[in-house]
Design a binder for this molecule. Structure first.
Ligand SMILES: [Zn+2]
Length: 490
């Protein structure tokens, strides 16, 4: 198996250092809903982990939660809640998103604030060895003490220097030095330390957690490309200086970023699509196929066309996987082995998922041909299911709405089109049959809108009929200055 290592800038043979593959991926800062950028990165590392397991490696996967950070403090202040409350809320929502996307949970998912004593120990160790220094209640890492600093991002000290500035109040020896421990500011959460009250910097969290849960050297460190500098560069400097062991991580894997059209998808541009929004429209399998249809190191361009194509692909796979074998062994069995070999070859080449997916579709076509001509295809179908599972596909059909609600929707549409009373009666009966079901809400909203439209058209009799009949079913429509709202009567 070959993987592209950012550290060497080339594809290398993958040879783990021990029996277990130790894998660390930088986690989220939970201050807002997770978006497609997170979905992309965590789906990719989920697939890498699943493929390593498929290749019979034992994998230990650690991913942190940065539950204390400037962004969390700012957002908590805006909302008037504690940082803990905010971080817990968005961590819970993130965990749920990952579950919906069929991403396996990490073996260890530590919170930064749970390992503060360990971080203090690492920082103290760096001070003792001369790599760090306290100043004004903070502690900084002395970048010039590390001769190979910049080896991951391939930057020279001079080019980095031009991009740094000294903020007023900072007592750094050199503008490039970065913070390990931040002195407490009034009103911010803080912890005791040998240097006074404060909180850890972001980079030291990952070094400490990786060291604590995976040991001095790990096999794979992953994250988005945007983390190469300064975050991962600083992690290397801290970890290798503290332990005296090189390399801190043998293989550095970085995924490309999601973009919308020509632009990067980001908070600052304001074009984020949250995982929840995406899952309202597409199944987890469709999102996965969309993400994996471009190579993980390339940028992923979000477009309706691309994701619709992925959805269509998933439907083709599903039809084949869920079809009962029509012949069941009467004809000659088709040979799925070559597809498996090609799949492995693609994945062994730096996780070439676009190629791997193409092979799954080839196999799908072969099964279709076999089924049409009466050949035995059940083994090939099992193979398709297994290889799809390596990519994390669930092969679950999207949940279908209950029948009555579907009818309801259809009828509501034709009411709007035709305004026929008999059909209205029919819809109202449907509400009556199931007035408490949550999935009726959308259709009640539709009726409410319909009534508003009727009133505008001066069809007051019909509008009143809607209100009266809904009232009989325990639903009250109230006219307010901003429009009509509906409530369930108690
Ligand atoms: Zn990190």
């Amino acid at each position: 198996m070959k993987v592209f290592n950012t550290l060497s800038g080339k594809k290398e043979e993958f040879v783990p250092q021990g029996d277990e593959v130790k894998m660390y991926v930088c986690g989220v800062t939970p201050y807002d809903d997770a978006h497609l950028g997170h979905a992309m990165s965590y789906i990719i590392f989920d697939v890498i982990r699943r493929y390593l397991k498929y290749c019979k490696y034992n994998v230990k996967y650690v991913q942190n939660v940065t539950d204390i950070d400037d962004k969390i403090i700012d957002r908590a202040n805006q909302r008037g809640v504690s940082t803990r409350e905010l971080a817990e809320k968005f961590t819970a929502s993130y965990v749920e998103d990952m579950k919906s996307l069929n991403i396996e949970p990490p073996d260890k998912n530590p919170y930064a604030t749970d390992v503060i004593p360990d971080m203090i120990e690492v920082i103290q160790g760096l001070i003792d060895k001369g790599y760090a220094y306290p100043a004004g209640g903070s502690v900084y890492f002395r970048v010039r003490s590390v001769p190979d600093y910049g080896k991951l991002s391939k930057r020279s000290l001079d080019s980095m220097r031009s991009g740094t500035t000294c903020e007023i109040g900072e007592e750094k020896e050199d503008p490039m030095d970065f913070v390990l421990w931040k002195a407490a500011k009034p009103g911010e959460p803080s912890w005791e330390s040998p240097w006074g009250e404060g909180r850890p910097g972001w980079h030291i969290e990952c070094s400490t957690m990786s060291l604590k849960y995976l040991g001095q050297t790990i096999d794979i460190h992953g994250g988005g490309r945007d983390l190469i500098f300064p975050h991962h560069e600083n992690e290397i400097a801290q970890s290798e200086s503290f332990t005296g062991q090189k390399p801190f991580a043998k293989y550095w894997l970085h995924n490309g970023l999601v973009q919308l059209g020509e632009e990067k998808m980001s908070k600052s541009v304001g074009n984020l699509i949250t995982i929840r929004e995406a899952l309202e429209r597409y199944s987890p399998d469709a999102l996965r196929i969309f993400v994996l249809s471009s190579h993980y190191r390339s940028p992923l361009t979000y477009s309706e066309e691309a994701i619709e194509a992925a959805k269509g692909g998933v439907e083709r796979l599903l039809r084949v996987v869920s079809r009962d074998d029509p012949i069941g062994g009467e004809g000659e069995a088709i040979d799925a082995k070559p597809y498996e070999e090609q799949f492995i070859k693609a994945m062994d080449d730096d996780f070439n998922t676009p190629q791997a997916i193409a092979i799954l579709f080839d196999l799908t076509r072969e099964i279709n041909r076999a089924d049409e001509s009466g050949l035995e295809s059940s083994k090939a179908r099992d193979m398709l299911r297994e290889l799809g599972g390596v990519l994390g596909l669930t092969f679950k059909a999207p949940e279908e709405a209950p029948l009555d609600v579907k009818l309801f929707a259809e009828m509501s549409k034709s009411i709007i089109a035709q305004l026929k009373r008999d059909k209205l009666e029919y819809v109202l009966q449907k509400v009556a049959a199931n007035p408490d079901a949550e999935n009726v809400d959308g259709y009640l909203n539709l009726l409410r809108g319909l009534r508003d439209a009727l009133r505008k058209d001066k069809k007051f009799q019909l509008a009143d009929d809607i209100r009266n009949r809904l009232s009989e079913f325990g639903i009250a429509l109230e006219d307010t200055p901003t429009g009509t709202v509906w409530k369930r009567k108690r």
